[in-house]
Design a protein around this ligand. Sequence first.
Ligand code: ASP
Length: 347
Amino acid sequence: MNFPKVFYLREVFFNISTMFNRRDFVRSSVLAALATAVSCKPKPTSVQKSNPHSKKGKPVVLATWDNRNATTAAMKALQEGGSALDAVEAGARVPEADPNDTSVGYGGFPDRDGHVTLDACIMDHRGNTGAVCFLEGIKHPISVARKVMEQTPHNMLCGSGALAFAREMGFPEENLLTEKSRRAWEQWLEEKEYRPVINIERHDTIGILALDAQGKLCGACTTSGMAFKMSGRVGDSPIIGAGLFVDSQVGGACATGLGELVTQTLGSFLIVELMRQGYSPQAACEEAVVRIINRAKAAGVEEYQAGFLALSKDGEHGAYAVVKGFNYALYQNEQNRVYEAGYKLSL
Ligand code: ASP
């Protein structure tokens, strides 16, 4: 009497398991077919678009704006046996020390209360990071950022804490407000207009990426931030993922321009992640710019500039900006040149 029942149960089990197996088989076949279809589908050419000036080859140094003095210093550091980290630090220190560069370090335009406050970050090929923000009185915030990375268990130090640490590390304190920047601030005080302006003079943050001959990729970013900003304002430049991001397995990216929009879209991280998915450095920069434009529309921001640079682990680069006017320096294959970046919006 039990037989049929067992048999019946076995039948049911068999039928169910066959059903499941068949269903699984059908499902996995469909999934496999879809996966094959997706992987065989050629990537759209826009994703692989290359920059007209891009070549491959190591070593390479890439920097925002016409910072050829910085790319020279960085390449010199590499040629003298320094690491890619030494190179980006050496490069970033050039505009930091330049009193005529009113967007970085010494001589940077102050905030609306007349204080020069500096932001910087650095990232090495292992993914280690260091940053300082709202730092006053120290000419080389990039070197303080490197010390934060190498000498502390933290990623970022801010304001008086960053200053105390810099003093402890032996950095000299100095007045960073030059006569030229003080005059510009006094002129600004007459109108006190507080809004971002598309003005290359006010967007000179240096983001610098270096790839050494062994394929180690590092980056640095340093700025005095938006001219005449509110006291305490920190932009994208010291924020890892916004002003700078590096992954030696993929590539690196850095940003300049209206920090609020770059931070809201985590532009540099986005670019590196797009490159990881197969985007060329150029296509990734273009996509990041489109995100900025969409974000600006949503936020009702009318006038702004933002620009990105990207460098792949093979030495291929990309560059793109919201509007005309963004240029960059590329030192590669023994040539140190400045190029105009492409842009999305015509004014
Ligand atoms: N990104 C910088 C900031 O927002 C400024 C700039 O690059 O113009 O602080």
